[in-house]
Write a protein that binds this ligand. Structure first.
Ligand SMILES: [Zn+2]
Length: 222
């Protein structure tokens, strides 16, 4: 009898609240769907906490265009090797250099005799510009009857050059010069070589030894 009464109450409750029950069922269904869709969403990769968005402050994966991932190294700057150049535009060689072996003496037309010649004579127009063959420092300026006005330049590395048969120099002792800088003008000031006309008498010593300026310059210019 009691069971019958309870069943009657239940069926009456369901009839009276059918709409409410349907709404509650629908709410549970929707919540279930939301929960399931959240659970099946793929996990964010652990090694990329930004979910695939590049972090502008993260440089670990930036290779600066280096496709081989090789370390970027700057090439070592190569030292600039300064070579020797001729000190003027000469048209011919006058008296050659005597090396004491192949050429012992050359004929000196001014003195009308065969004698030693430590330099080489580069013929030029009177007043032609004589320039430094390489950078260096002027260590001596002088005048002698034999060589006329001369300028001695220490070019470094044991190379000292004497530029002679010049017009009176406009440079000073101790002056630093760069390659190609004017240090004098060709003239006939060397009395022992006067009859050749205007020229540059050029001597070069390397580690104290007189060398043929022509061979030296050409070897040093390669
Ligand atoms: Zn000479």
């Amino acid at each position: 009898m009691n069971n019958y009464k309870n069943q009657t109450k239940l069926s009456r409750f369901i009839k009276n609240n059918a709409t409410l029950l349907v709404i509650i069922f629908c709410v549970f269904a929707i919540l279930s769907l939301v929960l399931v869709s959240y659970l099946v969403t793929p996990d964010v990769p652990v090694d990329n906490p930004n979910g695939g968005i590049p972090d502008p402050d993260d440089n670990t994966n930036v290779n600066n265009g280096n496709q081989n991932n090789e370390p970027t190294t700057k090439p070592e700057p190569q030292p600039i090797v300064e070579t020797f150049s001729y000190p003027l535009e000469f048209v011919s060689v006058g008296m050659e250099h005597c090396d004491g072996q192949e050429v012992i003496f050359v004929y000196n037309s001014t003195l009308n005799t065969w004698r030693n010649h430590k330099g080489v004579d580069l013929m030029a127009e009177e007043g032609a510009t004589v320039s430094a063959m390489k950078s260096g420092e002027i260590v001596e300026i002088g005048n002698s009857y034999e060589l006329g006005w001369y300028v001695v330049v220490d070019h470094g590395d044991g190379v000292v050059a004497t530029y002679a048969s010049l017009a009176e120099p406009q440079v000073v002792k101790g002056q630093k010069v760069v390659k190609g800088e004017k240090i004098g003008q060709a003239s006939t000031s060397a009395s022992y070589e006067f009859s050749q006309g205007a020229h540059l008498h050029l001597e070069i010593e390397q580690n104290g030894e007189s060398v043929d300026p022509i061979k030296f310059i050409e070897n040093q210019s390669k």
